[in-house]
Design a protein. Sequence first.
Length: 709
Amino acid sequence: PEAPELSGDAVATHCPYCALQCAQTLTRTPGARLPLEVAGRDFPTNRGGLCQKGWTSAEVLRASDRLTTPLIRTADGGFREAQWDEALTLVSSRVESLQAENGRDTVAVFGGGGLTNEKAYALGKFARIVLRTPFIDYNGRFCMSSAAAASNRAFGMDRGLGFPLEDLGGADAVLILGSNMGVTMPPFVQHLAGARERGGLVVVDPRETVTARLTHGDRGIHLAPVPGTDMVVLLALTHVVLAEGLADQAYLRERTTGLDAVRRSVAQWWPERAEAVCGIPADELRRTARLLAAASPSRGGRGAYVLTGRGMEQMSQGTACVSAAINLALTLGLVGRHGSGFGPVTGQGNGQGGREHGQKSDQLPGYRMITDPAAREHVAQVWGVNPDVIPGPGVPAVKLLDSLGREGGPRALFVHGSNVVVSAPNADAVVESLKRLDLLVVSDLVPSETAMLADVILPVTQWAEEEGTMTNLEGRIIRRRKAVDAPGQARSELWILGELARRLGVLGGFPDDPRAVFDEMARASAGGVADYAGIDYDRLDAGEQIHWPCPDARHPGTPRVFLDSFATPDGRARMVAVDHHAPADDVRADAPIHLVTGRVLQHYQSGAQTRRVDELNDAQPAPFVEMHPLLADRLGLSEGQDAILTTARGVAVAAVRVTESIRPDTVFMPFHWAGAGSANRLTNDVTDPISGMPEFKVTAVAIAPALSL
Ligand code: SF4
């Protein structure tokens, strides 16, 4: 159990960054340069470990350019300091006049997967019943939407991993597609030790990443497909499982529907044909399928897990890719079974909770569809409004950003916990969108690249300065606790939303006490998919480990989902037949190289926080492009030389890093930086038709030495 409050000046909380939400102890250090000392704390996910980002997290609290007062744009293009009343009154009066002129939906809201559950909930409520706009979406659309869509259609529910991370340790095999947790969340790796010991770790990644190298020495298999062909790998693995009689027929009969269509869809993907598309030797595909099958319970194994990450999800066929991974897991009889399973590895700190409480354009709290009359009725009753007040669905993030300032599109935008100038695809177009607005209001803790385009910047509290809850990658609800006061006038978003609501004529309903917000959120979620009704701060502070759904106060929570049945009408998992298509922007004569993007150990997402930590910045100070020596030779590039990269969206410049750990037809760029080295100036904003997820992960690029231009 989690120690709620340690002795003296120590506070038990969790890391501000990724979805592993490693447990930390923060000890107050009055008079020292930093107000807190950070230590890892034993917890089931991190077992005391932290990565370099976690160890250095206190640095951001006192970043030299930390926002401490509201800022208002001046006529000469700069900013001036303002008091809260002036800033909030300016914002509310501009909103009122824009809405009077253009209608309610002229205002839009963009949220974040790093906001606490309470903030995510309050933001969705604010958009729907204060602004009364359908236009709210969030940056989780960029990372979890395809996995969520595929899980929802297969299982009737998206609960991230769906099992405690510690369960991985007992499995014979773990298949990881498109996740490099050895770099993005290093403490995760200890949970792969069991599969490695038994030679059963399988990593699918076009790069030989830190995670892929864990397979070396007979610990497992690394498959490096052509970027954009993970789907083909999965179709071929499922083909082999079915063709060689390795499937769990009893499980498929009793717990699934749709096998016949899937069988037909994979029939054409025999390993030799798959090899021609994905580049993985047919024998390796067969060996992998047999390894996974041998680990499955139906064949006497200890169990196997299939885990997906952004590398295979951020595609225009991302939902279908995840469905292919689910089909493989179901064919092997892994899901909803002790010791086996399927799950996406969530990235952002509250990527799970952020998608459950109403930030998504089509959802209400409790992870319920906004078009569902019963859900609208229930939530409206909790909010004390008529259901007709709640607008219908809005549009997904990429579409929302593109519509800003256009004919009929929103003319004002609130941004909370997101740095879209760096993190959204086709970044130059995003900047143009933001510049078309009449009003941009950004709440942030530092002057991010997005904040610097705002008309009004509102300084907010963060991590160790606030109370709240987060929901980690396992669907486990954890407490964030306050250890220090925020500097200057920085205030919680909960307070800001309440003040804006009052100025916009909605009195009450927006308390700034996180506990009160959580209790209301739990009531709003009651009966929904993500049911928090039985959870409260007292239970969490008493050390209970609670995974949703938890429908009442006596319910212990649900660490493992689907053990008895799936959350579908007939209780069975739905297999969905899918097929492969090439990336929307595939390699061709004038753009012959695949560009993939990702993260480095030292930086988190848009880098707005981690680029302000000296230790992290010193270790990774600038963007780079990683390429194989054969490709570097062919392009006339060498280590450290600047390369110019051009795609159909834009141009970027980055220093070359030569490495043999990547396919010779592929380059890799991290996406943490803005400006000339911004990877997202190059990425494609075409989206998956079901989830709205952009195709960040693969695009065609031309590369030349920068000096030759
Ligand atoms: Fe843990 Fe992630 Fe924080 Fe690193 S960034 S300490 S892996 S929660």
